[in-house]
Design a protein around this ligand. Structure first.
Ligand code: SF4
Ligand code: SF4
Length: 495
Protein backbone atom coordinates (compact mmCIF):
# COMPACT_ATOMS: atom_id res chain seq x y z
CA UNK A 1 0.00 0.00 0.00
CA UNK A 2 1.33 3.42 -0.96
CA UNK A 3 -0.89 5.93 0.85
CA UNK A 4 -1.10 9.56 -0.15
CA UNK A 5 -3.37 12.46 0.66
CA UNK A 6 -5.31 14.44 -1.94
CA UNK A 7 -7.33 17.60 -1.48
CA UNK A 8 -10.53 16.85 -3.40
CA UNK A 9 -13.90 18.42 -4.12
CA UNK A 10 -17.55 17.68 -4.75
CA UNK A 11 -19.91 19.97 -6.66
CA UNK A 12 -23.60 19.29 -6.02
CA UNK A 13 -25.24 20.13 -9.34
CA UNK A 14 -28.79 20.25 -8.02
CA UNK A 15 -27.77 23.33 -6.04
CA UNK A 16 -26.01 25.33 -8.77
CA UNK A 17 -28.03 28.36 -9.90
CA UNK A 18 -25.66 29.39 -12.70
CA UNK A 19 -24.88 32.79 -11.22
CA UNK A 20 -21.17 32.72 -12.26
CA UNK A 21 -20.11 34.33 -8.97
CA UNK A 22 -17.45 31.63 -8.67
CA UNK A 23 -15.97 32.55 -12.06
CA UNK A 24 -15.83 36.23 -11.17
CA UNK A 25 -14.27 35.58 -7.75
CA UNK A 26 -11.53 33.57 -9.47
CA UNK A 27 -11.06 36.09 -12.27
CA UNK A 28 -10.64 39.01 -9.86
CA UNK A 29 -8.13 37.12 -7.78
CA UNK A 30 -5.98 35.34 -10.38
CA UNK A 31 -6.55 36.27 -14.03
CA UNK A 32 -7.23 39.98 -14.06
CA UNK A 33 -4.04 40.73 -16.00
CA UNK A 34 -2.93 41.47 -19.53
CA UNK A 35 -2.63 38.41 -21.78
CA UNK A 36 -4.82 36.20 -19.61
CA UNK A 37 -8.18 37.87 -20.26
CA UNK A 38 -9.56 34.74 -21.92
CA UNK A 39 -8.51 32.45 -19.05
CA UNK A 40 -11.38 31.20 -16.94
CA UNK A 41 -9.81 28.87 -14.39
CA UNK A 42 -13.36 28.48 -13.12
CA UNK A 43 -16.13 28.52 -15.69
CA UNK A 44 -19.79 27.54 -15.58
CA UNK A 45 -21.31 25.80 -18.59
CA UNK A 46 -24.89 25.10 -19.54
CA UNK A 47 -25.55 21.48 -20.35
CA UNK A 48 -26.50 20.37 -22.92
CA UNK A 49 -24.12 22.81 -24.58
CA UNK A 50 -20.74 23.04 -26.24
CA UNK A 51 -18.83 24.46 -23.25
CA UNK A 52 -15.59 26.40 -23.06
CA UNK A 53 -13.44 26.15 -25.11
CA UNK A 54 -16.04 25.04 -27.56
CA UNK A 55 -16.55 21.26 -27.72
CA UNK A 56 -13.72 20.63 -25.26
CA UNK A 57 -15.10 17.14 -24.66
CA UNK A 58 -14.44 16.07 -28.25
CA UNK A 59 -11.14 14.21 -28.05
CA UNK A 60 -11.30 13.25 -31.72
CA UNK A 61 -10.64 16.95 -32.26
CA UNK A 62 -8.29 17.78 -29.36
CA UNK A 63 -6.63 14.43 -28.59
CA UNK A 64 -6.55 15.15 -24.85
CA UNK A 65 -6.28 12.62 -22.03
CA UNK A 66 -5.14 9.01 -22.12
CA UNK A 67 -6.04 5.96 -24.19
CA UNK A 68 -5.36 2.29 -23.76
CA UNK A 69 -2.73 0.93 -26.13
CA UNK A 70 -2.63 -2.81 -25.55
CA UNK A 71 -1.55 -3.23 -21.95
CA UNK A 72 -0.23 0.29 -21.66
CA UNK A 73 -1.77 3.64 -21.20
CA UNK A 74 -0.51 6.40 -23.44
CA UNK A 75 -1.34 10.03 -24.03
CA UNK A 76 -3.73 10.49 -26.92
CA UNK A 77 -1.30 13.11 -28.17
CA UNK A 78 1.20 10.29 -28.74
CA UNK A 79 4.34 9.05 -27.04
CA UNK A 80 7.40 11.15 -26.32
CA UNK A 81 8.36 11.13 -30.02
CA UNK A 82 4.92 12.39 -30.99
CA UNK A 83 5.08 15.15 -28.43
CA UNK A 84 8.51 16.35 -29.45
CA UNK A 85 7.63 16.06 -33.17
CA UNK A 86 4.77 18.54 -32.67
CA UNK A 87 6.65 20.89 -30.42
CA UNK A 88 6.93 23.69 -32.99
CA UNK A 89 3.56 23.06 -34.60
CA UNK A 90 0.84 21.44 -32.55
CA UNK A 91 -2.31 20.86 -34.62
CA UNK A 92 -4.31 19.84 -31.55
CA UNK A 93 -4.25 23.19 -29.81
CA UNK A 94 -7.53 25.05 -29.43
CA UNK A 95 -7.52 28.23 -31.55
CA UNK A 96 -8.72 31.68 -30.57
CA UNK A 97 -12.02 30.83 -32.29
CA UNK A 98 -12.46 27.91 -29.90
CA UNK A 99 -12.06 30.36 -27.02
CA UNK A 100 -13.00 33.93 -28.03
CA UNK A 101 -11.32 37.17 -28.94
CA UNK A 102 -11.06 39.08 -25.66
CA UNK A 103 -12.86 42.41 -25.76
CA UNK A 104 -13.66 45.45 -23.73
CA UNK A 105 -15.74 48.55 -24.36
CA UNK A 106 -14.78 52.17 -25.00
CA UNK A 107 -16.50 53.33 -21.89
CA UNK A 108 -14.94 56.78 -22.22
CA UNK A 109 -17.15 57.41 -25.26
CA UNK A 110 -20.17 57.37 -22.98
CA UNK A 111 -19.07 60.56 -21.29
CA UNK A 112 -16.92 62.21 -23.96
CA UNK A 113 -19.38 61.94 -26.90
CA UNK A 114 -20.48 65.32 -28.25
CA UNK A 115 -24.04 66.40 -27.61
CA UNK A 116 -26.43 64.88 -30.16
CA UNK A 117 -29.86 63.39 -30.70
CA UNK A 118 -28.82 59.82 -29.93
CA UNK A 119 -27.82 58.07 -26.76
CA UNK A 120 -24.02 57.50 -26.85
CA UNK A 121 -22.91 53.88 -26.91
CA UNK A 122 -19.69 52.18 -25.86
CA UNK A 123 -18.39 50.19 -28.82
CA UNK A 124 -16.69 46.86 -28.22
CA UNK A 125 -12.98 46.84 -29.02
CA UNK A 126 -10.60 43.91 -29.31
CA UNK A 127 -8.11 43.63 -26.45
CA UNK A 128 -5.66 42.15 -28.94
CA UNK A 129 -5.76 44.60 -31.84
CA UNK A 130 -7.39 47.54 -30.05
CA UNK A 131 -9.74 47.92 -33.02
CA UNK A 132 -13.55 47.94 -32.92
CA UNK A 133 -14.94 44.44 -33.36
CA UNK A 134 -18.15 42.49 -33.53
CA UNK A 135 -18.47 40.15 -30.57
CA UNK A 136 -19.11 36.62 -31.83
CA UNK A 137 -18.29 34.43 -28.86
CA UNK A 138 -17.59 34.55 -25.15
CA UNK A 139 -16.77 32.26 -22.25
CA UNK A 140 -20.43 31.41 -21.61
CA UNK A 141 -21.82 32.20 -25.02
CA UNK A 142 -24.39 29.38 -24.91
CA UNK A 143 -25.48 30.18 -21.37
CA UNK A 144 -29.04 28.92 -20.79
CA UNK A 145 -29.45 27.99 -24.49
CA UNK A 146 -30.24 24.37 -23.79
CA UNK A 147 -32.69 24.07 -26.64
CA UNK A 148 -30.58 25.78 -29.22
CA UNK A 149 -29.98 23.90 -32.44
CA UNK A 150 -26.68 25.79 -32.87
CA UNK A 151 -25.15 25.12 -29.47
CA UNK A 152 -26.87 22.42 -27.45
CA UNK A 153 -27.34 20.17 -30.48
CA UNK A 154 -23.57 20.25 -31.04
CA UNK A 155 -22.75 19.08 -27.52
CA UNK A 156 -20.43 16.08 -28.11
CA UNK A 157 -22.43 14.12 -25.51
CA UNK A 158 -25.65 14.74 -27.44
CA UNK A 159 -24.07 13.71 -30.73
CA UNK A 160 -23.40 10.26 -29.23
CA UNK A 161 -27.09 9.69 -28.51
CA UNK A 162 -29.46 7.90 -30.89
CA UNK A 163 -31.60 10.06 -33.23
CA UNK A 164 -34.69 9.16 -31.14
CA UNK A 165 -33.03 10.28 -27.92
CA UNK A 166 -31.87 13.52 -29.54
CA UNK A 167 -35.38 14.19 -30.82
CA UNK A 168 -36.70 13.49 -27.32
CA UNK A 169 -34.26 16.00 -25.81
CA UNK A 170 -35.13 18.79 -28.18
CA UNK A 171 -38.91 18.46 -28.11
CA UNK A 172 -39.98 21.91 -26.91
CA UNK A 173 -42.15 20.69 -24.04
CA UNK A 174 -39.35 18.46 -22.71
CA UNK A 175 -36.42 20.89 -22.86
CA UNK A 176 -34.21 20.73 -19.81
CA UNK A 177 -30.82 22.08 -18.75
CA UNK A 178 -28.43 22.24 -15.85
CA UNK A 179 -25.22 24.07 -14.97
CA UNK A 180 -21.81 22.46 -14.91
CA UNK A 181 -19.19 24.53 -13.04
CA UNK A 182 -15.66 23.42 -13.87
CA UNK A 183 -12.20 23.96 -12.44
CA UNK A 184 -9.00 21.92 -12.78
CA UNK A 185 -9.67 18.46 -11.37
CA UNK A 186 -6.19 18.10 -9.82
CA UNK A 187 -6.15 14.61 -11.31
CA UNK A 188 -4.27 11.65 -9.85
CA UNK A 189 -3.10 10.60 -13.30
CA UNK A 190 -2.75 14.11 -14.69
CA UNK A 191 -2.25 14.19 -18.47
CA UNK A 192 -0.95 17.76 -18.27
CA UNK A 193 1.94 16.61 -16.06
CA UNK A 194 2.78 13.74 -18.42
CA UNK A 195 2.56 15.94 -21.49
CA UNK A 196 4.91 18.71 -20.30
CA UNK A 197 8.30 18.38 -22.06
CA UNK A 198 9.94 20.79 -19.57
CA UNK A 199 8.88 19.00 -16.38
CA UNK A 200 7.38 22.27 -15.21
CA UNK A 201 4.04 20.82 -14.07
CA UNK A 202 4.03 18.82 -10.89
CA UNK A 203 1.68 17.35 -8.36
CA UNK A 204 2.46 18.61 -4.90
CA UNK A 205 3.32 15.64 -2.70
CA UNK A 206 1.55 16.67 0.46
CA UNK A 207 -1.88 17.51 -0.96
CA UNK A 208 -1.93 16.54 -4.65
CA UNK A 209 -2.53 20.07 -5.97
CA UNK A 210 -1.25 20.31 -9.55
CA UNK A 211 0.92 23.40 -10.14
CA UNK A 212 3.04 24.87 -12.92
CA UNK A 213 6.48 26.13 -11.95
CA UNK A 214 6.51 29.42 -13.85
CA UNK A 215 10.30 29.55 -13.92
CA UNK A 216 10.58 26.18 -15.59
CA UNK A 217 7.70 26.60 -18.08
CA UNK A 218 8.95 27.18 -21.63
CA UNK A 219 5.52 27.81 -23.12
CA UNK A 220 5.39 24.69 -25.33
CA UNK A 221 1.68 24.41 -24.52
CA UNK A 222 1.63 20.62 -24.59
CA UNK A 223 -0.26 20.76 -21.29
CA UNK A 224 -3.04 22.69 -23.03
CA UNK A 225 -3.44 19.87 -25.56
CA UNK A 226 -2.87 17.00 -23.14
CA UNK A 227 -5.46 18.15 -20.58
CA UNK A 228 -8.75 16.69 -21.83
CA UNK A 229 -10.67 19.21 -19.70
CA UNK A 230 -8.80 22.16 -21.28
CA UNK A 231 -7.97 23.56 -17.88
CA UNK A 232 -4.49 24.84 -18.59
CA UNK A 233 -4.17 28.04 -20.57
CA UNK A 234 -1.36 29.88 -22.31
CA UNK A 235 -0.56 33.39 -21.08
CA UNK A 236 0.16 35.58 -24.10
CA UNK A 237 1.97 38.28 -22.16
CA UNK A 238 4.23 36.02 -20.10
CA UNK A 239 4.74 33.19 -22.62
CA UNK A 240 3.95 30.69 -19.84
CA UNK A 241 1.05 28.36 -19.18
CA UNK A 242 -1.16 28.85 -16.18
CA UNK A 243 -3.93 26.97 -14.46
CA UNK A 244 -6.11 26.76 -11.36
CA UNK A 245 -3.94 26.49 -8.26
CA UNK A 246 -6.88 25.62 -5.98
CA UNK A 247 -6.04 28.90 -4.21
CA UNK A 248 -3.30 27.07 -2.28
CA UNK A 249 -2.09 30.24 -0.56
CA UNK A 250 -5.61 30.60 0.85
CA UNK A 251 -5.73 26.91 1.79
CA UNK A 252 -2.40 27.27 3.59
CA UNK A 253 -3.94 30.08 5.61
CA UNK A 254 -6.96 27.91 6.42
CA UNK A 255 -9.26 29.74 3.97
CA UNK A 256 -11.46 28.12 1.33
CA UNK A 257 -10.55 28.69 -2.35
CA UNK A 258 -12.18 31.88 -3.65
CA UNK A 259 -14.71 30.06 -5.86
CA UNK A 260 -15.75 27.80 -2.96
CA UNK A 261 -15.97 30.69 -0.55
CA UNK A 262 -18.07 32.84 -2.85
CA UNK A 263 -20.39 30.09 -4.14
CA UNK A 264 -23.91 31.41 -3.82
CA UNK A 265 -25.60 28.03 -4.12
CA UNK A 266 -23.23 26.46 -1.55
CA UNK A 267 -22.76 23.62 -3.96
CA UNK A 268 -19.02 23.19 -3.28
CA UNK A 269 -17.53 20.78 -0.79
CA UNK A 270 -13.83 20.33 -0.10
CA UNK A 271 -11.98 17.71 1.90
CA UNK A 272 -9.00 15.43 1.90
CA UNK A 273 -9.06 11.84 0.62
CA UNK A 274 -6.52 9.15 1.40
CA UNK A 275 -5.78 6.92 -1.57
CA UNK A 276 -3.57 4.03 -2.54
CA UNK A 277 -1.19 5.17 -5.30
CA UNK A 278 -0.30 1.52 -6.04
CA UNK A 279 -3.80 0.99 -7.43
CA UNK A 280 -3.71 3.87 -9.91
CA UNK A 281 -2.36 1.86 -12.82
CA UNK A 282 -4.93 -0.92 -12.43
CA UNK A 283 -7.75 1.61 -12.05
CA UNK A 284 -6.87 3.43 -15.26
CA UNK A 285 -6.71 0.24 -17.32
CA UNK A 286 -10.32 -0.84 -16.71
CA UNK A 287 -13.00 -0.83 -19.39
CA UNK A 288 -14.85 2.50 -19.64
CA UNK A 289 -17.91 1.23 -17.78
CA UNK A 290 -15.86 -0.01 -14.83
CA UNK A 291 -13.79 3.13 -14.35
CA UNK A 292 -16.01 4.77 -11.72
CA UNK A 293 -16.01 1.68 -9.52
CA UNK A 294 -12.24 1.31 -9.97
CA UNK A 295 -11.67 4.93 -8.98
CA UNK A 296 -13.72 4.40 -5.81
CA UNK A 297 -11.51 1.41 -5.01
CA UNK A 298 -8.44 3.62 -4.86
CA UNK A 299 -9.96 5.72 -2.07
CA UNK A 300 -9.21 4.35 1.39
CA UNK A 301 -11.27 4.32 4.56
CA UNK A 302 -9.65 6.80 7.00
CA UNK A 303 -11.33 5.00 9.94
CA UNK A 304 -9.64 1.67 9.10
CA UNK A 305 -6.82 1.08 11.67
CA UNK A 306 -4.65 -0.58 9.00
CA UNK A 307 -5.01 2.45 6.73
CA UNK A 308 -4.16 4.73 9.65
CA UNK A 309 -1.04 2.68 10.45
CA UNK A 310 0.10 2.74 6.81
CA UNK A 311 -0.57 6.49 6.64
CA UNK A 312 1.65 7.01 9.68
CA UNK A 313 4.39 4.94 8.03
CA UNK A 314 4.05 7.05 4.86
CA UNK A 315 4.61 10.20 6.93
CA UNK A 316 1.09 11.58 6.57
CA UNK A 317 0.50 13.80 9.64
CA UNK A 318 -2.16 12.74 12.15
CA UNK A 319 -4.04 15.99 11.56
CA UNK A 320 -4.42 15.12 7.87
CA UNK A 321 -5.82 11.66 8.70
CA UNK A 322 -8.17 13.31 11.17
CA UNK A 323 -9.25 15.80 8.45
CA UNK A 324 -9.86 12.84 6.09
CA UNK A 325 -12.25 11.39 8.68
CA UNK A 326 -14.29 14.61 8.60
CA UNK A 327 -14.10 14.97 4.82
CA UNK A 328 -17.48 15.59 3.15
CA UNK A 329 -15.90 14.38 -0.11
CA UNK A 330 -15.31 10.96 1.44
CA UNK A 331 -18.98 10.76 2.39
CA UNK A 332 -20.33 11.78 -1.04
CA UNK A 333 -17.89 9.75 -3.13
CA UNK A 334 -17.06 6.64 -1.16
CA UNK A 335 -19.64 6.13 1.57
CA UNK A 336 -22.84 7.30 -0.12
CA UNK A 337 -21.55 6.84 -3.70
CA UNK A 338 -23.65 9.67 -5.09
CA UNK A 339 -20.81 11.82 -6.48
CA UNK A 340 -19.15 10.80 -9.74
CA UNK A 341 -16.08 11.97 -11.69
CA UNK A 342 -16.48 14.00 -14.89
CA UNK A 343 -15.60 11.96 -17.98
CA UNK A 344 -13.75 9.13 -16.23
CA UNK A 345 -13.04 7.69 -19.70
CA UNK A 346 -10.32 10.33 -20.14
CA UNK A 347 -8.47 8.20 -17.55
CA UNK A 348 -6.86 11.05 -15.67
CA UNK A 349 -8.60 10.05 -12.40
CA UNK A 350 -10.11 13.49 -11.75
CA UNK A 351 -10.39 14.41 -8.08
CA UNK A 352 -13.38 16.70 -8.49
CA UNK A 353 -16.66 14.81 -8.28
CA UNK A 354 -20.23 15.80 -9.15
CA UNK A 355 -23.59 14.89 -7.67
CA UNK A 356 -25.64 14.61 -10.90
CA UNK A 357 -28.69 16.86 -11.08
CA UNK A 358 -32.01 15.23 -10.30
CA UNK A 359 -33.75 16.81 -13.22
CA UNK A 360 -37.53 16.69 -13.53
CA UNK A 361 -38.14 13.02 -13.98
CA UNK A 362 -41.63 12.94 -12.52
CA UNK A 363 -44.18 15.21 -14.10
CA UNK A 364 -45.74 17.75 -11.77
CA UNK A 365 -49.20 16.24 -11.98
CA UNK A 366 -47.93 13.10 -10.23
CA UNK A 367 -46.12 14.82 -7.40
CA UNK A 368 -47.74 14.25 -4.06
CA UNK A 369 -49.99 11.42 -5.15
CA UNK A 370 -49.84 7.81 -4.11
CA UNK A 371 -48.28 7.03 -7.50
CA UNK A 372 -45.13 9.05 -6.88
CA UNK A 373 -42.75 6.18 -6.26
CA UNK A 374 -44.02 3.92 -9.02
CA UNK A 375 -44.12 6.73 -11.54
CA UNK A 376 -40.64 7.90 -10.67
CA UNK A 377 -38.93 4.57 -10.83
CA UNK A 378 -40.71 3.39 -13.96
CA UNK A 379 -40.06 6.64 -15.82
CA UNK A 380 -36.34 6.70 -15.10
CA UNK A 381 -35.75 5.16 -18.53
CA UNK A 382 -37.64 8.03 -20.15
CA UNK A 383 -36.20 10.84 -18.06
CA UNK A 384 -36.38 14.35 -19.57
CA UNK A 385 -32.59 14.28 -19.94
CA UNK A 386 -31.73 10.75 -21.09
CA UNK A 387 -29.85 8.71 -18.51
CA UNK A 388 -27.49 7.82 -21.35
CA UNK A 389 -26.46 11.47 -21.64
CA UNK A 390 -25.58 11.72 -17.95
CA UNK A 391 -23.81 8.36 -18.11
CA UNK A 392 -21.68 9.76 -20.94
CA UNK A 393 -20.74 12.69 -18.72
CA UNK A 394 -20.18 11.03 -15.37
CA UNK A 395 -19.90 7.27 -15.71
CA UNK A 396 -18.01 6.20 -18.85
CA UNK A 397 -21.38 5.32 -20.42
CA UNK A 398 -22.47 3.09 -17.53
CA UNK A 399 -26.16 3.92 -17.08
CA UNK A 400 -26.43 1.68 -14.00
CA UNK A 401 -24.13 4.06 -12.08
CA UNK A 402 -26.44 6.99 -12.87
CA UNK A 403 -29.57 5.03 -12.04
CA UNK A 404 -28.12 3.96 -8.68
CA UNK A 405 -27.37 7.60 -7.82
CA UNK A 406 -30.82 8.74 -8.96
CA UNK A 407 -32.60 6.04 -6.96
CA UNK A 408 -30.76 7.11 -3.82
CA UNK A 409 -31.37 10.83 -4.41
CA UNK A 410 -35.04 10.19 -5.06
CA UNK A 411 -35.33 8.13 -1.88
CA UNK A 412 -33.95 11.16 -0.02
CA UNK A 413 -36.60 13.38 -1.57
CA UNK A 414 -39.44 10.96 -0.90
CA UNK A 415 -38.52 10.41 2.76
CA UNK A 416 -38.12 14.15 3.31
CA UNK A 417 -41.40 14.84 1.56
CA UNK A 418 -43.15 12.50 3.96
CA UNK A 419 -41.60 14.41 6.89
CA UNK A 420 -42.21 17.94 5.64
CA UNK A 421 -45.34 17.66 3.47
CA UNK A 422 -46.79 14.39 4.71
CA UNK A 423 -48.54 13.32 1.51
CA UNK A 424 -46.43 10.21 0.87
CA UNK A 425 -47.27 6.97 2.68
CA UNK A 426 -44.79 5.16 4.91
CA UNK A 427 -44.98 2.10 2.65
CA UNK A 428 -43.95 4.25 -0.32
CA UNK A 429 -41.02 5.63 1.62
CA UNK A 430 -39.97 2.11 2.57
CA UNK A 431 -40.19 1.04 -1.07
CA UNK A 432 -38.09 4.02 -2.19
CA UNK A 433 -35.46 3.20 0.44
CA UNK A 434 -35.35 -0.40 -0.70
CA UNK A 435 -34.95 0.58 -4.37
CA UNK A 436 -32.35 3.20 -3.47
CA UNK A 437 -30.49 0.74 -1.21
CA UNK A 438 -30.30 3.37 1.50
CA UNK A 439 -31.30 3.42 5.16
CA UNK A 440 -33.47 6.05 6.86
CA UNK A 441 -30.44 7.25 8.86
CA UNK A 442 -28.27 7.59 5.76
CA UNK A 443 -31.01 9.59 4.06
CA UNK A 444 -31.08 12.02 6.97
CA UNK A 445 -27.27 12.34 6.82
CA UNK A 446 -27.36 13.02 3.05
CA UNK A 447 -30.15 15.54 3.55
CA UNK A 448 -28.26 17.39 6.29
CA UNK A 449 -25.02 17.49 4.30
CA UNK A 450 -26.91 18.72 1.23
CA UNK A 451 -29.24 21.26 2.76
CA UNK A 452 -28.25 22.23 6.29
CA UNK A 453 -24.48 22.36 6.44
CA UNK A 454 -22.29 25.07 7.86
CA UNK A 455 -19.20 26.18 5.96
CA UNK A 456 -17.04 24.21 8.41
CA UNK A 457 -18.82 21.00 7.45
CA UNK A 458 -18.70 21.75 3.73
CA UNK A 459 -15.09 22.86 3.62
CA UNK A 460 -12.73 20.76 5.72
CA UNK A 461 -9.23 22.03 5.02
CA UNK A 462 -6.43 19.75 6.16
CA UNK A 463 -3.52 21.49 7.89
CA UNK A 464 -1.13 22.44 5.12
CA UNK A 465 1.90 22.50 7.42
CA UNK A 466 3.52 25.27 5.44
CA UNK A 467 5.52 26.14 8.54
CA UNK A 468 7.23 22.73 8.47
CA UNK A 469 9.00 23.45 5.21
CA UNK A 470 10.18 26.78 6.49
CA UNK A 471 11.22 25.49 9.90
CA UNK A 472 13.10 22.65 8.21
CA UNK A 473 15.43 25.31 6.87
CA UNK A 474 14.22 25.53 3.31
CA UNK A 475 15.26 28.77 1.68
CA UNK A 476 12.06 30.86 1.47
CA UNK A 477 12.84 31.77 -2.16
CA UNK A 478 13.25 28.12 -3.12
CA UNK A 479 10.13 27.30 -1.16
CA UNK A 480 8.16 29.91 -3.09
CA UNK A 481 9.49 28.56 -6.35
CA UNK A 482 8.64 24.94 -5.50
CA UNK A 483 5.21 25.96 -4.39
CA UNK A 484 4.66 27.47 -7.83
CA UNK A 485 4.80 31.17 -6.92
CA UNK A 486 7.51 31.60 -9.56
CA UNK A 487 7.63 35.07 -11.00
CA UNK A 488 3.91 35.66 -10.74
CA UNK A 489 2.96 39.22 -9.94
CA UNK A 490 0.94 39.52 -6.75
CA UNK A 491 -2.72 39.37 -7.71
CA UNK A 492 -4.47 42.69 -8.00
CA UNK A 493 -7.23 42.92 -5.41
CA UNK A 494 -10.35 44.78 -6.39
CA UNK A 495 -12.48 43.97 -3.36
S1 SF4 B 1 -7.84 18.76 -15.14
FE1 SF4 B 1 -6.30 19.00 -16.73
S2 SF4 B 1 -4.95 20.60 -15.92
FE2 SF4 B 1 -6.09 19.78 -14.18
S3 SF4 B 1 -4.75 18.14 -13.36
FE3 SF4 B 1 -6.25 17.18 -14.75
S4 SF4 B 1 -5.12 17.05 -16.69
FE4 SF4 B 1 -4.04 18.58 -15.41
S1 SF4 C 1 -21.18 30.49 -7.55
FE1 SF4 C 1 -21.93 28.42 -7.03
S2 SF4 C 1 -24.13 28.54 -7.57
FE2 SF4 C 1 -23.15 30.28 -8.63
S3 SF4 C 1 -22.59 29.44 -10.66
FE3 SF4 C 1 -20.79 29.14 -9.32
S4 SF4 C 1 -21.02 27.02 -8.58
FE4 SF4 C 1 -23.06 27.65 -9.35
Amino acid sequence: MNIRAQVSSVFHLDKCIGCHTCSIACKNLWTDRKGVEYMWWNNVETKPGTGYPTQWEDQEKYHGGWEKNGRRLQLRLGGRGGLLGNIFHNPRLPTMDDYYEPFTYRYGELISAPAGNDQPTARPVSMISGRPMEIQAGPNWDDDLSGSGIYAANDPGVLHLSPEQQAQMFAVERLVMFYLPRICNHCLNAACVAGCPSGAIYKRGKDGIVLINQDKCRGWRMCVSACPYKKTYYGWATGKSEKCVLCYPRLEAGEAPACFHSCVGRIRYLGVLLYDADRIETATMQDDKDLVAAQRQIILDPFDPQVQAEARKAGIPEQVVEAAQRSPVYLFVKKWQIALPLHPEFRTLPMLFYVPPLLPVVSEEHLGTQRLVDDYFTTLENARLPVQYLAGLFAGGNTEEIKAVYRKLMAVRIQRRRITVGDVSESEVAKARELGKVSAEEIEAIFRMTALTSIKQRIVIPPMLREQAIEAGMDPERYKQEMGFGSRRPPKRRW
